[in-house]
Design a protein around this ligand. Structure first.
Ligand SMILES: Nc1ncnc2c1ncn2[C@@H]1O[C@H](COP(=O)(O)OP(=O)(O)OP(=O)(O)O)[C@@H](O)[C@H]1O
Ligand SMILES: O=C(O)C1=C[C@@H](O)[C@@H](O)[C@H](O)C1
Ligand SMILES: [Mg+2]
Length: 197
């Protein structure tokens, strides 16, 4: 579905998706720049459920930026904190939760996410991601000599793991509103598939 919906069609799609979700959480996973935070927030608004971004929540509880956490404690400690925070956020639903790019790659966090709701991978190609992330330099994993090559390496390592998500929604050069429609349609499609099985 690529056309923009009329307001009435968009609200009935959102209602249907809200019913399909029930009490479950909707959890966005994918690489840096895929649109988890921005699309997640818009989907939560459409569904009228709370939205939480795990990177923002981690920064709130630690009172440090993600970059500061990486440099003070290292990636392993960051991942352990991320697992704890996400485990707590997954309790109770429905909510939309947008995770940091590496969250679903960690085995413990991935298990919690799989148990805690419906996961959606926003899948984008290298050029789309690069165009979105190269404007800012706050991402510690991309502070390398060749950040575009680093992003490509992360794609090679991570895409097979992100593909374990319940849903995959392509995140290309389409309008954000269209992304929201595509996510809601995918949630409805998953519920219908579940009913048929
Ligand atoms: N469909 C889209 N159309 C245009 N811009 C988009 C789209 N999706 C995301 N963006 C833009 O791309 C940038 C990155 O998006 P966002 O911060 O949501 O990514 P993220 O997946 O949360 O990344 P991170 O893992 O680093 O938190 C933002 O500036 C956002 O507005
Ligand atoms: O892809 C990753 O591993 C990361 C993505 C960001 O969202 C942050 O969670 C952090 O910079 C690590
Ligand atoms: Mg984000």
């Amino acid at each position: 579905m690529t056309d923009l919906l009329t307001p009435v069609a968009a609200s009935s799609l959102a209602e249907e998706a809200r019913d399909a979700l029930g009490q479950r959480n909707l959890i966005f996973v994918g690489l840096m720049g895929a649109g988890k935070s921005v699309i997640g927030r818009m989907v939560a608004q459409a569904l009228s459920v709370p939205f939480i971004d795990t990177d923002a929540e981690i920064e709130k509880v630690s009172r440090m930026s993600i970059a500061e956490l990486f440099s003070a404690y290292g990636e392993a400690e960051f991942r352990a904190l991320e697992t704890r925070v996400i485990g707590r956020l997954l309790r109770g639903g429905p909510k939309v939760i947008s995770t940091g790019g590496g969250a679903f790659i960690n085995e413990n966090t991935r298990r919690l996410i799989k148990e805690g709701g419906v996961s959606v991978w926003l899948k984008a190609d290298l050029d789309v991601l690069w165009e979105r992330v190269n404007k800012r330099d706050h991402r510690p994993l991309l502070k390398t000599e060749n950040p575009k090559a680093t992003l490509q390496n992360l794609m090679n390592q991570r895409y097979p793991i992100y593909s374990e998500a319940d849903l995959t929604v392509p995140s290309g050069n389409v309008r954000k509103e269209t992304m929201v429609t595509n996510v809601l349609s995918a949630v409805i499609g998953l519920a219908k598939k579940g009913q048929r099985e």
